[in-house]
Design a protein around this ligand. Structure first.
Ligand code: ZN
Ligand code: ZN
Length: 331
């Protein structure tokens, strides 16, 4: 029988399709489908030597002629820092200019070096760049939320192979994010505790969905995983905002993130995936009732009519099984 499970952070329901569920190893794809990439490509705007093909850098890390990481404005930005954020309304229809910022973090000069294969120090530097850009972008008082995310592979929404992350600074906090905050606030008002730290505590008690644990971080497949192999990396130190991540946490997260992504790479055959750093709105950075965390979603299934019509995802994998499977992957 299938099971309906409720996500305590959104109140969304998901169907864990136990009978239709595929075994964890059935999700692995043939790695030979992926063409081997060169370490440099003349056609790639993110490769060294092609710097003039991107807009002028917002920040360069390392020697400018031999950089480690570059941050550039997105050439095709979703939002641009022009004009203001004044809203216009006519009857029920509200709009404003597409104000905001959209940056691309070019993670490495090496065209084919994804996070799982970077040195730990380089991943730590990358995480510091995310934090730096977060603080640079939030200086704009119009910016209300900063989303750091990565699309890896065609089905995850990118055609550019060169490893990169995107950062969007938005002047509006959408209901999608506000709702999570409201649910966490309600939990805090009822119990006096942070919902996410409570979830982490309960997951540690059950242990069934834990993939890996270190002194500062836990990786798990959530109880109500919306997608097969959906993975959360949660900090054990309570903080609402990724912007407040500590040096010591960054040091540990570098190797941790690398290992989790490498486990996915090995177990699923370099899947396309999205990763998102969920963090509080800028004005709520010090609130006690939210916990920043990283969500990794391998693209293994597609939303169809039922999902679009109901908002109920059908997950064809069982989180307890996929987490156990991931624990067993040696990297
Ligand atoms: Zn490249
Ligand atoms: Zn917390």
């Amino acid at each position: 029988m299938s099971e309906l499970r409720q996500d305590p952070t959104t109140y969304d329901w998901v169907i864990i399709a136990k009978e239709r569920a595929r075994r964890p190893h059935d999700f692995k794809r043939d790695v030979s489908e992926r063409p081997l990439l060169p370490s440099r490509s003349d056609d790639c705007p993110f490769c060294p030597g092609n710097e003039e093909r991107t807009p002028a850098a917002a920040a360069v890390y390392g020697d400018p002629d031999n950089w480690n990481i570059r941050v550039v404005p997105n050439k095709f930005p979703a939002l641009t820092p022009e004009g203001d954020t004044t809203r216009e309304e006519w009857k029920l229809f509200r709009k404003s200019r597409g104000y905001g910022k959209h940056e691309v973090v070019i993670e490495t000069p090496v065209h084919n070096k994804c996070i799982p294969f970077m040195e730990d120090d380089h991943v730590a530097e990358l995480l510091k760049v995310y934090r730096d850009r977060y603080h640079a972008l939030k200086k704009d008082p119009n910016v209300k939320i900063i989303l750091i995310f990565k699309n890896h592979g065609l089905t995850a929404g990118t055609s550019l192979e060169h490893p990169h992350t995107q950062i969007v600074a938005s002047p509006v906090v959408p209901p999608f994010i506000r709702r999570r905050f409201e649910i966490a606030t309600q939990h805090f008002d009822n119990t006096g505790r942070c919902l996410y730290c409570d979830i982490l505590h309960d997951e540690h008690q059950s242990k069934d969905r834990i993939v890996k644990e270190t002194p500062y971080f836990t990786a798990l497949h959530p109880f109500a995983s919306h997608y097969p192999f959906e993975t959360w990396i949660m900090p054990k130190l309570h903080s609402s905002s990724f912007g407040n991540i500590l040096e010591v946490e960054i040091g540990e997260l570098a190797g941790f993130l690398k290992e989790i992504l490498l486990k996915l790479y090995v177990s699923l055959g370099d899947p396309d995936y999205n990763f998102i750093i969920h963090t509080s709105p800028v004005d709520d950075e010090h609130k006690t009732y939210y916990l920043w965390h990283i969500q990794i979603v391998p693209k293994l299934t597609f939303a169809a009519g039922f999902e679009l019509g109901s908002g109920i995802n059908i997950n064809t994998a069982v989180p307890e099984e996929t987490a156990a499977f991931m624990r067993g992957i040696k990297v």
